[in-house]
Unconditional design. Structure first.
Length: 104
């Protein structure tokens, strides 16, 4: 069984909190309240674009660490996305290297 934070929140769920003093930048997001990071990302994206669409994003790029505090481990899905991104980067570099060799 996973460790519990105060208030019954699961310790294995990545969470985010809007720091006090930055609520004017994120209307509708209450400062000082821990929420699942995925929920916070959705709120931030909606406040930026006015859209409810699902967008694949890097959590750390959406939740500016100057404005948000994050705790917990990244989800398995996030780790899979990061691995996939690194694999795609390696494939791209390899393709570019091969293309460079062909031009010699």
């Amino acid at each position: 069984m996973s460790e519990q934070h105060r208030g019954g929140t699961r310790a294995d769920v990545r969470q985010a909190l809007l720091k006090s003093g930055f609520d004017h930048l994120y209307p509708g997001i209450p400062p000082g309240e821990w929420q699942p990071a995925a929920v916070m990302v959705a709120l931030v994206l909606r406040s930026r674009s006015g859209s409810h669409s699902q967008v694949a994003v890097d959590l750390d790029r959406v939740l500016d660490d100057r404005h948000f505090q994050v705790r917990g481990l990244p989800s398995a899905g996030t780790q899979d996305d990061q691995r996939r991104s690194r694999l795609e980067d390696r494939k791209q570099r390899r393709a570019e290297a091969i293309a460079g060799d062909e031009t010699l």
